[in-house]
Write a protein that binds this ligand. Structure first.
Ligand code: ADP
Length: 166
């Protein structure tokens, strides 16, 4: 079976991530979305929440699984028997970052191949961090995330608002 790992922070999963996962699921027999437990970023959603959001948003894709992981992505891929790692590539800085990551990952696990899917035009400028910023400022994000993520975002932001007036 051809297994591919699509790793990331997914804080939260956006339509850009979903687009990459949907396209990658057509290329491999099984696609595992790996949610990195402790990225070097300030997170809005816990690991459990990020996994649940991604699971619900991809439940219509029968060969996609979602699971969290800790430690090296290359080791996680090895443990799954994944020979391919999928990443999404937007214009500009993604290339530099992915290139550096790919070189390091190749040293760590020479058997793992990287497949980068170019982001679709409508999602080129979409990132989880921009999405969170826009949502916090009250901007419309309806077309940028799956419905369950939109709901979770709205709930999280109203909780934050309540906390801030305490
Ligand atoms: P990381 O913290 O590893 O960058 P992210 O959750 O930000 O994790 O992204 C996971 C992967 O999805 C990365 O390869 C990233 O480039 C890709 N990605 C993020 N946003 C988009 C998008 N709008 N379109 C396509 N790929 C994307």
């Amino acid at each position: 079976m051809t297994i591919a790992l699509y790793p990331g922070s997914f804080d939260p999963l956006t339509n850009g991530h979903l687009d990459v996962a949907t396209r990658a699921a057509k290329l491999f027999e099984k696609l595992i979305i790996g949610i990195y437990d402790t990225p070097n970023k300030r997170l809005m959603f816990s690991t459990t929440e990020r996994v649940e959001l991604a699971r619900k948003a991809t439940e219509h894709l029968p060969n996609v699984e979602v699971t969290s992981f800790t430690g090296l992505t290359t080791e996680f891929a090895r443990s799954l028997g994944a020979k391919t790692m999928v990443r999404g590539m937007r214009t500009g800085s993604d290339f530099e970052r992915e290139f550096d990551l790919a070189m390091m990952n190749k040293r760590l696990n020479p058997d793992l191949e990287l497949v980068c899917l170019m982001a679709s035009q409508e999602y080129q400028f979409l990132s989880s961090s921009i999405l969170k910023e826009v949502a916090r400022l009250g901007g419309k994000v309806e077309n940028l995330v799956p419905p369950n993520v939109l709901k979770a975002l709205q709930e999280k932001l109203s909780l934050e608002a309540v906390e801030s007036v305490k």
